[in-house]
Every structure is written in C-alpha cells, then in structure tokens.
Design a protein around this ligand. Structure first.
Ligand SMILES: Nc1ncnc2c1ncn2[C@@H]1O[C@H](COP(=O)(O)OP(=O)(O)OP(=O)(O)O)[C@@H](O)[C@H]1O
Ligand SMILES: [Mg+2]
Length: 589
C-alpha cells in the first residue's frame, strides 16, 4: 500500500486467488482432529436425517390400507421421530466442535497478524490511515471468524447433504434422479455469471468500508480539534460522501447477491416440474405412489443445500477478499529488521558516530545529506535549530527506526545496522516529542520499558522528575488508573510520567526530544538539577527549543536545513555570533 488517505481506495480489484484459501487451510490443518470429528458427525447426521423419506416410502407402499398393519405404521412414525432427534443431537455436537476449531483458527491468524504489526517500521505507520489498519485487524478478521465457524460448519453440512441426497435419490429411482441432475449444468452456468460480478462488487464494498473507518477513526481522535475549529458541518459532509459511497457499493453488491436466490428457485421449479412430468407420465405404472412421494421430498431437499451453498459462496467470496487484505498485511515487508546473523549489541559505552549519513523519508527529498559528527561517551549533546530542520530525524536514526539511504551510524564500534534491534533499542531511552500514555495504572506506564522495576525504583524516578508528590496525593497513588492517551492528566504531567518511564528503563544512551516543553519554569529548573545527576556518565541527546535548558550541555549542535552548521559549547557559539547566537539573544529578549 503506497501512501494512503481516507478517500483513496487501497487496491484495485484483484482476481480471485485460490492461494489465499489454501493459505488459510494451513491454519485449519492445525485443528484437523476436531474438523475430522465434526465431519464424521455431519455424515452421520446427514444419513440419519435422510432415512425418514425411505421409512415413509416403505410405510405408504406396504402398510397402508390394512388395519393389521397399524402397529407397523406407528412404529414407522416412531422411527421417523427417532431419526429427527438423533440427527439434531449430532448436529449440535458438530456445531460445537466446528465453532471451537473456527475460533482457534481465527485466534491464530489474529495472533500472527498482531505479531507482525508490532514489527512493522515507523514508515509503515507513517504511510496509511490507522483506521484502515484497524479495519483489517478487527472487521476483516471478524468476518473471517464468521466464515470459519458458521460458514465452514454449514459448508461441510451442505456438501454432505448434497452427496447423500443424491445417493438416496438414486436408491429410490435412478431415472428421476437423472432428471434432477440435468438441472445442474443450467444452474452452474447461471451461478458463474453472477459470481464474478459479485466478487468484484464485494471488493469495492470492503474498500469503501475501510475508507469510512479511516475517516471515522481520524475524527474520533481529532474530535476536540474539530469542535475548536467548528468543523462539524464540513466533516459531516465528508463523512456523508464516504458513507453514501459505501451505501451505493453495498447496494450494488447486494443486488448481485440477491440474484442468487431467485435464480436457484427458478432452476429448482423447472426441475421439479420435469420430475412430476416424467414420474407421472413417462413412467406411468412402473413407479409407485410412495416412490414419487419420496422422490418429491428428496428433490425439494436437493435444491436446499445448493441454495445454501450458493449463499455461502457470498460469505466465501467476501472472506477471500478479506483474506487477501489480511495476508497482504502479514506479508508487508518489515523494512527495518535484523540482518542475517545479526550480532548482539555489546553493553553500550556511549560513543556515537554519524558517517556521511544521507536520509530521506520520501524518495528524492533528502532530509539529511552527508551528515557526519562524533559524540564521545558520556557527553551531553544538545540539538537546537528551527522547526522541521531534522532534529527528531537525527535522534530517530540513532535507534534505527528508519534505514539510512547512505552512510553509517556507529555506536561504540558497532554499525547499528549490523546488530539486533532488540539489543540496540533495549539500551536506548527515548522520550518522544508527544508523550504517549497507555491506558492502565500510572505504575504500568512508568515501568513500561522494564517490567521488573520495583515500586521503589519507579518512585525514585518520579522523585527525580518531581511528580512523586502529585502521584502520592492521589487516592490510589501509583495504582491510579489513567485513560487512553493519558486522559485525566495534564500535558505537563503526561510529560513527567513519560520522563520517569524513560529513566526507569535505565538506558545507556538517553534521548530527550522536547522532554520538558510543557512543564512550568520552576518544575523545569528542579528537573534540570535532578537531570544533571542522572546524565552523568551517560551519552545524552537533548532537543529543546527553550535554550536556557541546554546551556550547560557539553556540546550544542545547531541543525538547519543545510545540516549541522554550528557546533560547540554555549560560550563558544555565543562568541561565534552565528545562528545560535541570534536564536539565543532573540529568546533572552
Ligand atoms: N514521517 C515523515 N514522513 C515524511 N516526512 C517527514 C516525516 N517526519 C518528518 N518529516 C519531514 O522531515 C523534516 C524534518 O523533520 P523533523 O521532525 O526531524 O524536524 P525537527 O527538527 O524535529 O522539527 P521540530 O523542532 O518541529 O520538532 C521536516 O521537513 C518534516 O516535514
Ligand atoms: Mg522534532
């Protein structure tokens, strides 16, 4: 999927691909025991269910007309009842087995998909609406679950029904059975026509539903901004457009689907008429009344599974379209991954070297070009400069969140593209510009990066950043529940929690991207003193727009669109009277 937006369909309609079905069967194969048991039960239920017309045929032809045979007639009635009861019980057990197998299959697919999603690079998430990702992992998989449980159960049942009805029809009268089968070619021809149109129509529906979800998701997340800018009417219009497109495609898909039933009906009626004609006139005298009665029963039952199967075909066609999306996501290449035989990153001392690094988010637009600099272990480095210059980009590259277009980033003596991501990132502490808080307790959030951190360690980190008092003043203290994205906390509090989270992870290299931008001046000053203690012995990269906070860094690098244009201590750069000087004096004024 290329860069995508809510009003852009994801992919063009693709031809029906049986490989997706095959691949999902691999998942099904893990539960073959349960599925086999369900199939055996289906077979038994189908056979037993189909015995009753035979019993009726026998009763009508042999026991009618004589009072002596009344007990035999009653026995036949009892037999029919027994058949129904046993068949229902077997069907119930079979449904349970298939539901279990189906849910297990979907669980496995869901698990694999989520595992893969967690590994996809920043670039993947930068490039598409999150609503579309959500649609795939929720809606598409739910539809699949529906197919795997109800759909597969019915599919198996109906196929067995069809086979056994055919066998029983041949037992009762092979001539009339042949008449019924003559209807099949007509039926298949009609279905082939409808099926193709229907598949394409459902693919369009899934695209439109995904577009709609993307827009809705974006607007739920941005609901407050929409209200601030009084955008409700415009947003409703856009939503309306997307919802109408969805409705239109849905209606067109349903129109094709709705053709399946009447077409089956028409073929069924024609064949039934032929059976009556042939049975009553063609074989007058040779076929008993019981035979014709049993045969009409079987014929009626013959079209039922066929109708259900063609209906099920909808679900299968839908599911294949969804499977396509799900597997496409599962196959999405992981851009940033461990190379073959990647080494473990040794314990980091903290030297960082950029060697002629060139990097672009999008082909052809270089954000960094031939950037080189060296940082000694334990140094604190400040990155300052105008908005959009590339400061966040530089620090993102140290943790290898993106691959370089050219050049090397080295930590100590290791090229970071040659070591495992886990061993690299677990030694880095990064605090991003927007501090993301997960729903759960404050404690959960603080020890997010090091699950074995004790409460005391977490409190120590919170004391450093100065939020321990606030947390302890809460009724539930560290067990206070925070809502999604940190709802219920102020911006500054969120930043302090995220800060504590980074400290608890005890990283070898610390990256603070606008870590204190939302915090009041006094708290910031207190934090600064605590930080000095924390930063000792650790390499740190600090990005800040408020220059007073980075004055004491070992080195300040001025990042502009042209790369790093100035580098030195605060005093050196002030003497130089260049860009940093201008920025600093502008702020002091
Ligand atoms: N995910 C992305 N995809 C494409 N372009 C991006 C992406 N992230 C950043 N950019 C572009 O790269 C450039 C550098 O962005 P970066 O976030 O590194 O700037 P910054 O110096 O951190 O700015 P600020 O001070 O505003 O945080 C900007 O021009 C930005 O538009
Ligand atoms: Mg930034």
């Amino acid at each position: 999927m290329a860069r995508n937006k809510f009003d852009v369909d994801e992919v063009l309609e693709t031809p029906f691909d049986a490989r997706h079905l095959k691949r999902s069967l691999k998942y099904a194969a893990r539960y073959k025991g349960k599925i086999a048991a369900a199939m055996i039960l289906s077979t038994l239920a189908a056979i037993i269910g189909l015995l009753s017309p035979l019993i009726v045929q026998n009763a009508v032809d042999n026991y009618m007309g004589s009072t002596e045979d009344i007990p035999k007639l009653l026995l036949s009635g009892g037999g029919v009842l027994l058949c129904i009861i046993v068949s229902v019980l077997l069907t119930k057990k079979r449904s349970e087995l298939m539901t279990e197998a189906g849910q297990n299959i979907v669980y496995d697919i869901r698990k694999d998909l989520f595992e893969h999603l967690q590994k996809l690079s920043f670039d993947y998430y930068d490039s598409r609406p999150h609503g579309k990702i959500l649609t795939r992992i929720i809606n598409y998989i739910n539809s699949l679950a529906d197919l795997m449980t109800n759909g597969l159960v019915n599919l198996v049942l109906e196929v067995f029904n069809l086979i056994f009805i055919t066998i029983f029809m041949f037992i009762v009268s092979w001539q009339l059975a042949l008449v019924t089968l003559c209807g099949l070619p007509i039926y298949f021809a009609v279905m082939m026509l409808i099926k193709n149109k229907q598949r394409k129509a459902w693919q369009r529906v899934s695209n439109k539903s995904s577009n709609l979800a993307a827009y809705q998701h974006e607007n739920i997340v941005g609901a407050k901004i929409a209200q601030m800018f009084v955008r409700e009417e415009e947003n409703e219009e856009i939503h309306d457009r997307l919802a109408k497109a969805y409705r239109k495609d849905w209606m067109s898909a349903v129109r094709w689907s709705n053709l399946v039933w009447p077409s089956t009906d028409v073929v069924g009626i024609i064949v039934s008429a032929a059976i009556y004609a042939v049975g009553l006139f063609g074989f007058r005298g040779t076929l008993t009344l019981g035979t014709i009665l049993a045969m009409t029963d079987y014929t009626a039952r013959f079209w039922q599974p066929l109708m259900n199967l063609s209906n099920l075909m909808n679900t299968v066609i839908n599911a294949v379209a969804y499977l396509e999306r799900i597997f496409e996501m599962m196959d999405e290449p992981i851009d940033v991954h461990d190379i073959k035989n990647a080494k473990e990153m040794p314990i980091i001392r903290g030297d960082v070297h950029f060697e002629n690094v060139t990097f672009a988010y999008e082909e052809g637009i270089n954000i960094l070009e031939n950037l080189s600099f060296d940082v000694k272990a334990g140094q604190s480095i400040a990155l300052v400069g105008p908005t959009g210059a590339g400061k966040t980009t530089i620090v993102n590259l140290i943790s290898r969140f993106y691959n370089l277009n050219d050049g090397i980033v080295r930590i100590d003596d290791s090229d970071i593209s040659q070591v495992t991501l886990k061993s690299l990132r677990s030694q880095m502490g990064i605090m991003l510009q927007d501090s993301f808080i997960f729903s759960g307790t404050l404690l959960d959030n603080i020890r997010y990066g090091r699950l074995d951190a004790t409460l005391e360690e977490c409190r120590a980190a919170c004391r450093i950043v100065g939020i321990d008092d606030y947390i302890m003043s809460q009724k539930d203290g560290y067990n206070t529940i925070v809502r999604e994205r940190g709802g219920g906390l102020s911006q500054g509090q969120k930043q302090l929690i995220a800060f504590a989270r980074t400290i608890v992870a005890d990283p070898k290299i610390l990256v603070l991207d606008e870590a204190t931008s939302s915090i009041d001046a006094k708290t910031e000053r207190d934090l600064q003193n605590a930080l000095n203690h924390l930063l000792k012995g650790r390499t740190s990269f600090i990005i800040a727009h408020r220059l007073s906070t980075i004055r004491n860094c070992d080195r300040i690098m001025y990042v502009s669109n042209k790369g790093i244009t100035e580098s030195g201590t605060h005093e050196e750069l002030m003497r130089k009277r260049g860009d940093y000087f201008k920025l600093y004096t502008a702020q002091s004024e």
